[in-house]
Design a protein around this ligand. Structure first.
Ligand code: NAD
Length: 502
């Protein structure tokens, strides 16, 4: 069992274990980390703090599985297991969502929807498992038959952030399993529990032991995993700074990397936009999930002629956002996930004021009696922001919106692109040509027109510039978990000149 005490959240401290080679074990040196419920600031679960020896055991188990029954399985059988796993995740979505909401404070209603949809990923990528086809290539050399195979890359290490553990695990796990890889997951230290719970479903689905392993722990655990020479690929989601460390360490043994990193995404509203829809999109972009999403529309670029009206509408809605217990259905914004993040967000509010931005809404920790003990920050809006201010250029990862006016389309594009990031962007306009022009001109991996924050299994997702390397989701994601092998068959049976190439 992953979790020793399965009592409801808040009644007893749950104790997680590592999943290594199908066994649930403590860390070899017995260390644990505590997971705090951000709604009340209390420890609700503990999980092992895996060290290098535990990481080594997990990678070895994944290697054995690769060379064992999993590696020998047909692609069709693999696909069936992946789809079965997806069904089990869907069946357990409510319980998994409760775990994630308790671990990171995100709304149960968002997490329930998010996790109920995960089955689609396993269905899609499970279906892809037996369609990973190579090619027969007409030979340019006489008497050769050549073809390619797409073989599993090997052991994949997945390192996850705290904001959407299972969604971001699934972006990596579903295509990796389809490709035939085995897996070691390292959830964030703040949110270890849901990934362990999914570990329980692997045995139930019928996977051989060792295909999926979980090492809970902090950045040191992650570093040991990335540095392990038998890890063939690292799929990382987290901050840009950590991503750079991961890439440098992976380079020591030339492990392949996919990096999904931070953002400072622009939500661009033109004067011809439907302002009611845009208001809703701006709110969804920055206050949904308490602003703790990589694609948060944290810069609102608004054409000057509608600036005051849009700010007034967004501020009016922001003031009515209901803060509260993330497990309650009426709550619109839960707490920030943990204390350091809470303090960081409030320090950015002070910074914005010091930089000369004007605070039009929020800006403080919420102090209502029913929120006591939780890490709540009011929905916060700054106007008069210049794009070179730190509140407009650094990722805050919280409910803080920076509003920047513009006059022309060219200026909007220039401001949108004047960032080291390039993850998402929103464009609000009724002008079809402008919508496409701006969507093409913005240097970002996803552009939503008259919408914001859409992500699904069959549409590639990832970042330009320092928002990342590679794409997750979409069929091509499977190829990122394979190596291409070219096979040459000599057909003549004759001896060839050994000193001539070919
Ligand atoms: P983080 O970088 O602090 O931690 C992410 C994970 O990496 C954790 O599991 C952590 O233990 C581990 N880690 C940290 N340093 C490491 C190292 N040197 N080597 C190996 N592992 C290491 O990020 P976070 O605070 O947990 O998450 C928030 C960040 O994640 C934000 O920047 C956000 O934009 C980003 N994010 C990006 C996406 C995306 O798809 N692009 C999605 C969600 C979150």
């Amino acid at each position: 069992m992953a979790i020793a005490d399965a009592s409801p959240a808040g009644t007893a401290v749950r104790e997680g274990k590592l999943l290594i080679g199908g066994e649930w074990v403590p860390a070899q040196d017995g260390r644990v980390l505590e997971s705090v419920n951000p709604f009340d600031g209390k420890v609700w679960a503990t999980a092992p703090r895996a060290g290098a020896a535990d990481v080594d055991a997990a990678v070895r188990a994944a290697h054995e599985a690769l060379n064992g029954p999993w590696g020998a399985m047909t692609a069709s059988a693999r696909g069936r297991l992946i789809r079965r796993l997806g069904e089990l995740i869907t069946e357990n979505a409510t319980e998994l969502a409760r775990t994630e909401s308790t671990d990171n404070g995100k709304l149960l209603r968002e997490m329930s929807g998010q996790l109920a949809a995960l089955g689609d990923w396993y269905d899609y990528f499970g279906g892809a498992a037996d369609k990973i086809e190579g090619a027969t290539i007409p030979s340019s050399k006489p008497n050769y038959f050549t073809y390619t195979r797409h073989e599993p890359i090997g052991v994949v290490a997945a390192i996850l952030p705290w904001n959407s553990p299972l969604l971001l695990l699934t972006f990596k796990l579903a295509p990796a399993l389809a490709a035939g890889c085995t897996f070691v997951a390292k959830p964030a230290e703040q949110t270890p529990m849901s990934v362990l719970q999914v570990g329980e479903l692997f045995a139930e689905a019928g996977f051989p032991p060792g295909v999926f392993n979980v090492v809970t722990g902090d950045a040191e655990t992650g570093k040991a995993l990335v540095a392990h020479p038998s890890v063939a690929k690292v799929a990382f989601t987290g901050s840009t700074d950590s991503g750079k460390h991961v890439m440098k360490s992976a380079a020591d043994h030339l492990a392949k990397v996919t990096l999904e990193l931070g953002g400072k995404s622009p939500n661009i509203v033109f004067e011809d936009a439907d302002l009611q829809a845009a208001t809703n999109g701006v709110i969804a972009g920055i206050f949904a999930a308490t602003g703790q999403t990589c694609v948060a529309g944290s810069r609102l670029l608004v054409q000057r002629s509608v600036h005051d009206e849009l700010v007034q509408r967004v501020a009016a809605r922001a003031r009515t956002i209901k803060l509260g217990n993330p497990l309650e259905t009426t709550t619109e914004m839960g707490p920030v996930a943990f204390r350091d993040q809470f303090e960081k967000i409030l320090s950015y509010v002070d910074l914005g004021l010091a930089e000369g931005a004007e605070l039009v809404s929020g800006g403080k920790a919420a102090t209502e009696p029913d929120l006591e003990g939780g890490y709540f920050v009011q929905p916060t809006i700054f106007t008069g922001v210049r794009n070179d201010m730190r509140i407009a250029s650094e990722e805050i990862f919280g409910p803080v919106l920076s509003v920047i006016p513009f006059d022309t389309e060219d200026e909007a594009i220039a401001i949108a692109n004047d960032t080291m990031y390039g993850l998402g962007a929103g464009v609000w306009t009724k002008d079809l040509q402008r919508a496409h022009r701006v969507a093409h001109a913005v240097r970002a991996g996803s552009v939503w027109v008259n919408s914001y924050r859409m992500i699904t299994y069959n549409v590639p997702f990832g970042g330009y510039k320092q928002s990342g390397i590679g794409r997750e989701n979409g069929l091509s994601a499977v190829r990122d978990y394979t190596e291409t092998k070219s096979v040459w068959i000599e057909l003549s049976g004759q001896t060839r000149d050994p000193f001539v190439l070919g």
